[in-house]
Design a protein around this ligand. Structure first.
Ligand code: CA
Length: 548
């Protein structure tokens, strides 16, 4: 199969008569029904095509008659093959499409130096400027919130850390008004695990790197039990390791280590504690030391270059790739152009579009890393007797996404058009400014967790079907792909990209609006819906290793 390496996803959609259907590229032989109530049989759409049957919003109409085996083209790419004759004007969905095989990794050539994709579309060549008020950390990284993070080394302590979190919020936070919140990171890892299995490194470094998220200001506080396999010391920064984007000096480390045992790690099994309330007192005392330091943090002027934005989608529909994701992609380009960092993730949602991404890698090495992450995940899925097609949900299909190929082609659009400067494995931190691929599962919580570990200080989350997803460690800007959702969930959605579908606003206009909103939220001037309502999901560690 031949794959085009050109993607025209970000071009202005072509609207049908009355603006009722959208075709992404001139080569497409399907269009998406944009009318919020769907379209009835007999409706006349683009190119005079008459609908043969009722088609719901977000679903595809055949713009020409297709024979069995004919290619079905959306985004200028093959999203499947007709599994029977499909008459012009008919509804195309998962029942009449056969899914293509994913691109063969070995067939995708690394980028030639002169063929690399650069930020080219609609971006002022002079660069992008913008400022926000952030918390600059001693190592140069920047927080968008000021949070006391409590890391745990094992699930056994979760009952107590939950108790402590509430107690700190009630009794200590009022005394430290510059601190926004206290967040205990409870997880299911730490013991009963094959800690020496190769895959164990993923959850271990995830926990360790989340403790170093810029929003925690370098104040690391770990609660352990004492007998667990995951030693809390393994969760502290190592010599020469980057903390919050800066390199730890030997002096800093010596200072840190000298105070580690008093101020960074507490074991509940420590014999000095007699009973629960003494443990509580011990943790409160430790928390207060960190709160004192965090309380001294002040917001100061920071630039776009200090943003680290994680892009994710969840509950996608057919509009995601037309509105929300291209708008997010445009904003991503602006941030990269301004010197900032953006990453996108979700391996199963890029696997079928990887032929479009490899040519955008900065070097053959980065391209190889991208392919290696895809191959690792192919293997991970096949061990579970699954493949990337397990990704799509009933909601995706209900929203018009027939298969993972169509979903992936729309999903990668949120990466914008910049060069991919690095590929980061699950649980690792980003090393380079610019556009990165951070390998994660597409599962919203596992992805968000790994993006926190990668060092994001801002999260942009695009949804079509709707999800109340929120994280307490970073602001989550929720972008809806369609106005129907934004209107219904007026208090849960932060940004409606729906007007793009009807040509009321352009991708460029809305991309700038989203960019400005990111800066405003990063400054703390405005709160995202989930922060206003206090709606937060649990973090979920990606643990591909065995339990014992
Ligand atoms: Ca997701």
């Amino acid at each position: 199969m031949n794959f085009n390496t050109q993607s025209d996803n970000t071009q202005t959609p072509l609207l049908g008569a009355g603006g009722l259907v959208i075709k992404t590229t001139p080569n497409d032989n399907v269009a998406i029904v944009a009318n919020p109530t769907g379209l009835k049989r007999g409706a006349i759409v683009l190119d005079g095509v008459v609908l043969e049957e009722d088609i719901p919003m977000g679903h595809k109409v055949a713009l020409k008659s297709l024979d069995e085996g004919d290619e079905i083209i959306r985004y200028g790419q093959i999203i499947g093959y007709a599994n029977r004759f499909i008459e012009k004007g008919s509804w195309i969905n998962e029942t009449n499409i056969n899914m293509p095989q994913p691109p063969k990794l070995e067939d995708i050539a690394p980028p030639a130096p002169d063929e690399r994709a650069f930020v080219t579309k609609n971006i002022p060549p002079s660069g992008v400027r913008g400022h926000f008020m952030g918390y600059r950390n001693p190592d140069g990284s920047v927080g968008t919130k000021n949070i006391l993070g409590i890391t745990t080394s094992v699930q056994c302590v979760a009952g107590i850390t939950n108790f402590i979190e509430n107690k700190i919020r009630k009794e200590l936070l009022p005394l430290y008004p510059n601190v926004d919140d206290v967040v205990a990171f409870n997880h299911s890892y730490g013991c009963g695990i094959a800690i020496d299995a190769p895959a164990a490194i993923i959850p271990i470094r995830t926990i360790k790197h989340i403790a170093q998220n810029p929003n925690f200001g370098g104040e690391i506080m770990i609660i352990g039990l004492g007998c667990e396999k995951l030693r809390p010391e393994r969760l502290l920064p190592e010599n020469g390791e980057l903390v919050n984007g800066g390199l730890v000096s030997n002096t800093q480390l010596t200072n840190n280590q000298s105070t580690n045992n008093q101020s960074s790690i507490l074991y509940l099994q420590d014999e000095q504690f007699e009973g629960f309330y003494e443990m509580v007192d011990g943790i409160m005392e430790m928390a207060e030391k960190h709160l004192k330091k965090l309380n001294q943090r002040k917001r100061e002027v920071c630039s776009v270059a200090d943003l680290v934005v994680g892009m994710q989608c969840g509950g996608s529909d057919a509009f995601s790739g037309l509105t929300g994701n291209p708008v997010a992609g445009f904003a991503a380009d602006l941030i990269v152009k301004g010197g900032g960092t953006v990453f996108f993730s979700e391996v199963t949602e890029v696997r079928d579009a990887v032929h479009l991404l490899v040519p955008r890698c900065e070097s053959a090495e980065v391209a190889q890393k991208l392919k290696d992450e895809m191959a690792w995940y192919d293997n991970y899925l096949s061990q579970g007797q699954a493949d990337r097609s397990a990704n799509t949900t009933p909601g995706n299909k209900g929203g018009g996404l027939s298969n993972i190929v169509e979903k992936a082609l729309g999903s990668v659009v949120k990466s914008g058009t910049s060069t991919i400067v690095d590929v980061v494995s699950p649980g690792e931190k980003v090393r380079k400014k610019g556009l990165n691929f951070v390998a994660t599962p597409a599962s919203d919580f596992a992805c968000g967790t790994l993006q926190l570990a990668a060092g994001m200080n801002m999260h942009v989350f695009i949804t079509g079907r709707g999800t109340p997803y929120g994280l307490n460690m970073v602001p989550v800007i929720k972008v809806s792909s369609n106005s129907k959702l934004a209107n219904r969930w007026h208090d849960l959605i932060d940004f409606d990209a729906g007007p793009v579908a009807f040509g009321q606003k352009t991708i460029e206009e809305m991309g700038w609006e989203l960019f400005q909103l990111i800066l405003e939220i990063a400054s703390g001037n405005k709160k995202v819906a989930t922060d206003k309502l206090g709606l937060y999901n649990d973090l979920v560690l990606f643990n591909p290793g065995p339990l014992t």
